[in-house]
Design a protein around this ligand. Structure first.
Ligand SMILES: NC(=O)c1ccc[n+]([C@@H]2O[C@H](COP(=O)([O-])OP(=O)(O)OC[C@H]3O[C@@H](n4cnc5c(N)ncnc54)[C@H](O)[C@@H]3O)[C@@H](O)[C@H]2O)c1
Length: 253
């Protein structure tokens, strides 16, 4: 890549929440960004935010758990923006329930979006990264990887993503590709709003209660996570690989 060429980033689940903040942040760092989510129309706001600030972005509808859709999306990114060499596997869903009430579908859906999705996207993008001898993969894990009541599916997927990340780092390091995981704590998004609803609490009260348990005494915002992802995807982070960074307002391990 010449110094004038723009690196191309893919952010999945970027229609809203952490993914949207990350797409906007990476565009502000000079990346051309593919904003991927289930529904192309839902990506419009994120794309408009980027282009209004003078950045470059395209909206692409894709279910990351579907192999054919992933291949088609990555091919489209390569032809419309250029070879994707930055990938943020952020798309996620919750299907919380206690083990004895959890359905097969609750289990499979969470595994498919988080684990299969990250696998399919990484496999589709790695050839572009290997050709470019440069790549940055960031996978969204979670503090729930350490265990969380009602989330046996989600915590297994988020812990799985940590092993996935470390193995990508080992396999792809010799091609100039790093892989790291960011594991957020409580971040204010539609996802945590849905959790508040499930446990029967108002979202404001839910946030206030969470903040009392967090050493910095506040809940996180999507930009808190976008900042960490921007570091891992940066040119300067080439010697940082296979790491899991908890971004949770306090220590977790
Ligand atoms: N919010 C938190 O507190 C928190 C904490 C830890 C980890 N995370 C993780 O961060 C990531 C983003 O979370 P968020 O809070 O912004 O969630 P969110 O629910 O606000 O956004 C998730 C996005 O992913 C998209 N998505 C879901 N399934 C998809 C699929 N199959 N293909 C493509 N897109 C799909 C959704 O449409 C949505 O736009 C997730 O992986 C989540 O598990 C969030």
């Amino acid at each position: 890549m010449s110094t004038t060429e723009q690196r191309v980033a893919i952010v999945t689940g970027a229609a809203r929440g952490i993914g949207a903040a990350t797409a906007v942040r990476l565009a502000a760092e000079g990346r051309a960004v593919a904003v991927i989510d289930l529904d192309e129309a839902a990506c419009k706001d994120t794309v408009e935010k980027i282009t209004a600030a003078g950045g470059k972005a395209v909206a692409i509808g894709c279910d990351v758990s579907d192999s054919e859709q992933v291949e088609a999306a990555v091919t489209r990114v390569a032809s419309e923006l250029g070879a994707p060499t930055i990938l943020v596997n952020n798309a996620g869903v919750l299907r919380d329930n206690l083990l004895f009430k959890m359905s097969d579908t609750d289990w499979d859906t969470v595994m498919n979006v988080h684990l299969r999705g990250a696998f399919l996207m990484s496999r589709a993008c790695q050839k572009h990264m290997v050709d470019a001898k440069f790549g940055r993969i960031v996978n969204l894990s979670s503090s729930s990887a350490l265990g969380n009541r009602g989330q046996v599916n989600y915590s297994a997927a988020k812990a799985g993503l940590q092993g996935f990340t470390k193995t990508l780092a080992i396999e792809l390091g010799k091609f100039g590709v790093t892989a790291n995981a960011v594991a957020p704590g409580f971040i204010v998004t539609d996802m945590t709003a849905a959790t508040a609803e499930r446990v029967g609490m108002g979202f404001e009260d839910f946030q206030a209660a969470a903040a009392t348990q967090i050493p910095v005494q506040r809940v996180g915002r999507p930009d808190d996570i976008a900042n960490a992802i921007a570091f891992f995807t940066g040119e300067a982070a080439g010697f940082v690989s296979g790491q899991v960074l908890y971004v949770a307002g306090g220590p977790l391990n």
